[in-house]
Design a protein around this ligand. Structure first.
Ligand code: ADP
Ligand code: ADP
Length: 234
């Protein structure tokens, strides 16, 4: 019931000033069905880790297994498959402004084998899941930040991913909106048995929903455990 296994992973970038090690000796085990928080300051290596996880950035040392797949060994087509099983949500909602909510949610279904009717039904189901069925015909600019992030979550779920990865997904939202988004994420975790990865610099976010936490600093994991252990005083 391990969905992601990372062993002694390292990532060194080649830069104009020579090699730069952004991740060093990172080891993490993410259980299926958990809400796993990865917390660290800006520059700690979170984005690098996220890009390694979905195969966008080749690792330079160690092992990385996602959904039973040895990521460094995957061919480009297999990497594209892997990426479909990880739904991504970012700080900037990245919605297409000229498309309606329903068309934004339908975007990842363009290449799927579903019929037109099946796609419409899937979009409806996704909008219901995030509580936005009444906004199907709205444009992103007509929605609040929290509503736009719900659209982004619905879109991320379109192809039935096993993992939902939130990369600073609540960093642009006020505290009340953040709370409602996190409640939605918790419900999706239970309802869809989705594994959630929450990458953030916000301690409150991790405290509110994560079952497991890893603290990353200067490219290494400095603390790891269930959130009760990590957040209780020694
Ligand atoms: P975070 O997401 O926690 O802010 P990043 O993974 O973006 O951290 O960055 C970690 C470190 O790696 C930073 O010092 C950053 O400048 C460096 N870095 C990130 N991406 C690259 C890259 N493509 N080339 C060189 N250095 C990079
Ligand atoms: P974040 O904090 O969200 O990771 P950054 O501003 O650190 O955002 O990085 C934005 C982009 O710039 C990323 O694609 C990252 O790989 C790249 N990048 C970051 N630092 C460097 C660097 N020192 N050299 C080259 N590319 C970098």
């Amino acid at each position: 019931d391990t969905i992601i296994e990372i062993n002694n992973l390292s990532k060194t970038y080649n830069t104009a000033n020579g090699p730069y090690t952004a991740l060093k000796d990172v080891s993490l085990t993410i259980r299926e069905g958990s809400i796993f928080g990865i917390i660290g300051l800006s520059g700690a290596g979170k984005s690098t880790l996220v890009r390694c996880l979905n195969g966008l950035e080749p690792i330079t040392g160690g092992q990385l297994t996602v959904l039973g797949k040895d990521v460094p060994k995957l061919k480009p087509a297999e990497l594209r498959e892997l990426r479909k099983s990880i739904g991504m949500v970012f700080q900037q909602y990245n919605l297409m402004p000229s498309r309606t909510v329903e068309n934004n949610v339908a975007l990842p279904l363009r290449k799927s084998r579903l019929s037109r009717e099946q796609k419409k039904a899937r979009v409806k189901e996704l909008l219901q899941l995030v509580g936005l069925e009444s906004h199907a015909r709205s444009y992103p600019s007509q929605l609040s930040g929290g509503q736009q992030q719900r659209v982004a979550i619905a879109r991320a779920l379109a192809n039935h991913p096993r993992i939902l990865l939130l990369d600073e997904a609540t960093s642009a939202l006020d505290p009340d909106t953040t709370k409602t988004i996190l409640e939605l994420v918790e419900r999706l975790n239970r309802q869809l048995h989705l594994t959630i990865i929450v990458v953030t610099h916000q301690m409150d976010v991790v405290k509110q929903i994560c079952t497991d936490v890893a603290v990353i600093d200067k490219g290494t994991i400095v603390e790891q455990g269930d959130s009760f252990d990590v957040f209780s005083d020694p």
